[in-house]
Design a protein around this ligand. Structure first.
Ligand SMILES: Nc1ncnc2c1ncn2[C@@H]1O[C@H](COP(=O)(O)OP(=O)(O)OP(=O)(O)O)[C@@H](O)[C@H]1O
Length: 225
């Protein structure tokens, strides 16, 4: 089975859950604060122990360390290295994967341009705007050309116009690269802009959403997210 498949995944926060994300599909994970949304992403990323199985494109990831999973992960806190330039933040994961200097330079330049942050390549994160930092973190998540992208509230704390612009760009970029994605958000409009469908976690239990899709143009949420 291609794409992402979770079978009986559970820990102290999450009841056993199953989820399938088809190849190239983006699924939004909605739900109240503390429900376990970030916990789910960390389990898939290989950052938390759990019961059950995580499979990607038919191969089991459960026992693989994070850097061998083929996953790009952008957490709420971004976790850019403050002492490195934007470009060097992208070089580092490629060093760990053994790419030589020339291959790294080409990949970093290409990814910075894809994420429209190449004009800030030599800057450190502290000197960037919020939107630029989000672009840099997204570029780092994409630089290894992941099979799966995990985004945890990727564009929180940005103004309305910047978020809307980033939603359109990220959705187009993800579709162009054909990347499967799992996206945690509180915002139904963000889910509608970035994902093909949504699931909901509440009280540690995952349910497929049956409400009609929310639209970014809606002024109020159309469901109890
Ligand atoms: N490192 C930790 N140690 C102990 N408990 C934790 C830890 N991280 C999270 N939790 C708890 O696990 C539960 C789920 O947290 P999680 O961050 O997954 O929720 P969430 O749905 O992503 O919430 P939010 O929308 O507020 O980010 C919460 O009760 C939280 O307090």
């Amino acid at each position: 089975m291609s794409g992402l498949r979770l079978e009986g995944v559970a820990n102290a926060v999450l009841a056993p859950l199953d989820l399938t994300v088809r190849p190239g599909e983006a699924v939004a994970v909605l739900g109240p604060s503390g429900a376990g949304k970030s916990t789910l992403l960390k389990i898939v990323a290989g950052l938390l122990p759990h019961r059950g199985r995580v499979l990607l494109d038919g191969g089991e990831l459960t026992w693989l360390p994070p850097h061998r999973r083929g996953i790009g992960y952008m957490s709420q806190d971004l976790h850019l290295f403050p002492h490195l330039s934007v470009a060097n933040n992208l070089h580092l994961p490629l060093v760990f994967r053994g790419l030589d200097r020339a291959a790294r330079a080409a990949r970093v330049a290409e990814t910075l341009a894809l994420c429209a942050i190449d004009h800030r390549a030599s800057r450190r994160p502290a000197s960037l705007s919020g939107g630029e930092r989000q672009r840099a973190a997204l570029a780092r998540a994409l630089v290894c050309r992941p099979r799966l992208l995990l985004l945890d509230e990727p564009f929180a704390n940005l103004d309305h116009a910047t978020r809307g612009a980033l939603w359109r760009e990220v959705d187009a970029l993800r579709r162009r690269l054909g990347i499967t994605a799992l996206i945690v958000t509180h915002d139904p409009a963000e889910a509608a802009a970035l994902a093909d469908r949504s699931v909901r976690i509440a009280d540690g239990t995952l349910t497929e959403r049956t409400a009609p899709s929310c639209s970014p143009s809606m002024t109020t949420p159309c469901c109890a997210c």
